[in-house]
Design a binder for this molecule. Structure first.
Ligand SMILES: *Cc1c(COP(=O)(O)O)cnc(C)c1O
Length: 453
């Protein structure tokens, strides 16, 4: 037998608390603002949307927050997740680097997203809420929330970006199997949706627009709350189970990463992995640790956008938050199959990037699928198109090690499998997938509409 391939924890080692980075930030986050008054946000502003427990978590500076037993019970369906050593990929690349990946694709919907969906459904249920609305792009978040709704007997209504609704029926069918209702956005069910459809009946939709619809629906009904699958502080908090498990596993294996890479849409899976590690960089124990976020070149907010106050959605219903952004009505090209389309980046990830604790890279879709296919042929797992972004950068770093002869330890945040994304793989394999130019004009136009603060 060679070296170990899988590193696992026992069920009773699922973390009992989430880690809250807000206790250890070198400088506090900028306050989020009310979208109408532009004054600092109050808990009352958020009460129509979220349960009070999540609103408290959003601003908490307690280092550790207890995970309710009911949530840990459901986590047991797939957690703790496995840390893999990608030995076959190392061999295929002929690199002295040691490559590890923490695999979140073994959850029922196949990604990291139920780590927060289950927690959010639990707190809503506890507060007497009967129904939750949300938006979804490719459908991973909608399916995660549908699964969480089924766990707690909550009704779930999902506004799915129209172009994905048409192109990706299987995620919708997953949502319906778990009992949720899913409509294409823009829809006729909200005022925002009807307005857009009146102007452009063929509108492909965007995440920002779908958020507006889900928020409008939630605030118009007493029994309904809204749920967001990324970006917000409480979402990143719930995702820290990933990094906490990884840290424990790497300690047992007696290794520590030199480089951590993860893909970023709104930043939640990657933050969930790196936050328990960035703590060591902030306190000076691991000054050389490199943390690299990888975004899509189709929505390059970190590498090309400014760090400013912006709305989270197209209709300006969400709080104004300080983040790297391409502007709240930025819509990436519909030909883009790689995911990671959101216009903004979570405040926590934005802040740490601004302070220099993390790096940012953007990759184009053809190169990411090429990396995904290399990974699949070596490790077996067919990864989500989103995950392929950081696999690309991990492979590039491993190839640099081959040149330099260094044996660095590279840790990949593997956010999910791609088994519902085979149409995108088919496009790649048949040579139909294209890269496209950086949408400079579109971004300039969209950035012209930032709120004045
Ligand atoms: C949603 C999703 C992402 C991007 O969202 P983050 O909030 O940045 O994590 C990445 N990978 C997978 C598999 C996803 O489903």
């Amino acid at each position: 037998m060679g070296e170990r391939t899988k590193f696992v924890l026992d069920e009773n080692e699922i973390p009992e608390q989430w880690y809250n980075i807000q206790a250890d930030l070198p400088e506090p986050l900028a306050a989020s603002l009310n979208p109408v008054t532009k004054k600092p946000l109050t808990p009352q502003d958020l009460a129509p949307l979220f349960p009070m427990e999540l609103i408290k978590q959003e601003v908490s500076t307690e280092r550790w927050i207890d995970i309710p037993d009911e949530v840990r019970e459901i986590y047991k369906l797939w957690r703790p997740t496995t840390l893999f050593r990608a030995q076959r990929l190392e061999k295929a690349l002929d690199t002295p680097a040691k490559i590890f990946y923490k695999y979140e694709g073994s959850s029922p919907p196949g990604s990291h997203k139920p780590n927060t969906a289950v927690a959010q459904a639990y707190y809503n249920k506890k507060e007497g809420i009967k129904r939750i609305t949300t938006e979804t792009g490719a459908g991973q978040w909608g399916s995660a929330l549908a699964f969480a709704g089924a766990c707690f007997g909550l009704e779930v209504k999902v506004y799915m970006v129209a172009v994905s609704y048409k192109q990706k029926p299987y995620r919708r069918i997953m949502m319906e199997t778990w009992g949720a209702r899913c409509v294409p956005s823009p829809s006729k069910d909200t005022r925002v949706g009807r307005d857009v459809l009146a102007k452009d009946p063929e509108c492909p939709g965007s995440l920002g627009l779908a958020i507006s619809e889900a928020v409008e629906d939630a605030v118009s009904r007493e029994d309904t709350h809204y749920s967001l699958g990324s970006v917000l502080n409480h979402v990143l908090l719930h995702q820290t189970v990933i990094g906490l498990e990884t840290k424990k596993l790497m300690e047992k294996a007696d290794v520590y990463p030199d480089i951590i890479v993860g893909c970023v849409g709104g930043g939640s899976n990657f933050a969930g992995l790196f936050l328990p590690f960035v703590k060591d960089k902030i306190d000076g124990t691991k000054p050389d640790l490199r943390i690299i976020s990888v975004e899509s070149a189709a929505a390059p907010k970190m590498t090309k956008g400014p760090f400013v106050y912006d709305y989270g959605d197209t209709a300006k219903l969400t709080p104004i938050i300080k983040m790297y952004t391409l502007g709240h009505d930025f819509i990436p090209a519909p030909i883009h199959a790689g995911g990671l389309r959101y216009h903004g980046m979570s405040p926590i990830v934005s802040h740490l990037y601004n302070l220099g604790y993390i790096e940012a890279k953007a990759t184009n879709q053809v190169a990411t699928f090429e990396a995904g296919v290399t990974f699949a042929r070596a490790e077996g797992i067919i990864s989500a198109p989103e995950t392929n972004h950081c696999i690309r950068v991990a492979i590039d770093e491993a190839l640099k090690c081959r040149e330099s002869g260094e044996s660095k330890t590279i840790l990949i945040g593997h956010s999910g499998h791609g088994l519902v994304d085979m149409a995108a793989y088919e496009k790649y394999l048949s040579g139909q997938l294209e890269d496209y130019e950086y949408p400079e004009e579109k971004i300039k136009e969209s950035l012209g509409k930032l709120p004045e603060i």
